[in-house]
Design a protein around this ligand. Sequence first.
Ligand SMILES: [Zn+2]
Length: 190
Amino acid sequence: MKYPLEKLWEAVVQCNKTYDGIFYYAVKTTGIFCRPSCKSKTPRKENVEFFFQIKDAVRSEYRPCKRCRPDRYQPTYHPNEKIARDIKRILENEYDQSWTLHKLSKRVGISAYHLQRLFKNRTGRSPRQYLNQVRIRQAKQLLLEGKQNNLEICFAVGFHDPNQFYTAFRKETGASPLAFKRTAKELAKR
Ligand SMILES: [Zn+2]
């Protein structure tokens, strides 16, 4: 088995969508099997049986849940997951480029609309939000190194507008670049 039981159980408890299409859980007391993301009441752990194939669950005489319809589910998970990972990697490696949704969508070869939705679905953030996060992480690093001033850092991490930089910085860290640096220095002294 590829996944430890604990991991599977955790996915069931959290109704974790990312495991849909990877495994199914069946409940001995009800005779029904579900996708991990099913919103029905979490069963007792000792009553649960895991399956990696629908046919195995059916062979064990379980019926598909009417609510989450595991039998109808098309696992689109794998390709989307890969695309989301690719996008993340691109943004992490090339955060200093000026990205637009259009440019990014051309790069990964899917429509901008699809890209935006897919990425948000998989990561909970838009590509822009993710990019900002990466940039601010980098900016914090540069601030702590102390070799460049705020404006230089703003451009170095890919922002074209200091206002955007400050807004994004505040959003990610809850502080201005200056306040962040000051606090970090204070902490380092202790
Ligand atoms: Zn279900």
